[in-house]
Design a protein. Structure first.
Length: 120
């Protein structure tokens, strides 16, 4: 990153419109912002606005580092979002929940019959 002279100020962060990134993201989660910050930073760089580019990069880099820590901490993270665009997944999850409720009812009926047989 180039050295900025004069150094960045609070106004640079305010003027960078970082709030637009947060407001434009569908998911209001830290990890959802990284791609949008990256794109905004690239737009600023291409426009020659180095102060805004550096400011947005400073917003992006901590998220990237955190994302790498999350990925390295749990092997299941690599499967996160694998079904996000699958239109059948919600139906599948509902079928699983209905099956679970049915099994719970069967187990409860079986346990009730055991208790009746023991008390008889």
């Amino acid at each position: 990153m180039p050295l900025i002279n004069p150094p960045l100020t609070k106004e640079d962060f305010i003027n960078s419109r970082w709030q637009d990134v947060v407001n434009s993201s569908e998911r209001k989660e830290c990890l959802a912002y990284n791609r949008v910050f990256w794109n905004k930073a690239q737009e600023a760089k291409e426009a020659g606005n180095i102060r805004e580019w550096v400011t947005l990069r400073l917003c992006y880099l901590p998220i990237l580092e955190y994302q790498q820590q999350v990925k390295n901490s749990n092997p299941w993270v690599k499967f996160d979002g694998v079904f996000k665009d699958d239109p059948l997944f919600d139906d599948f999850v509902e079928d699983m929940a209905a099956n679970r409720r049915e099994l719970d009812a069967e187990v409860a009926a079986y346990e009730a019959s055991l208790e009746e047989n023991q008390s008889a």
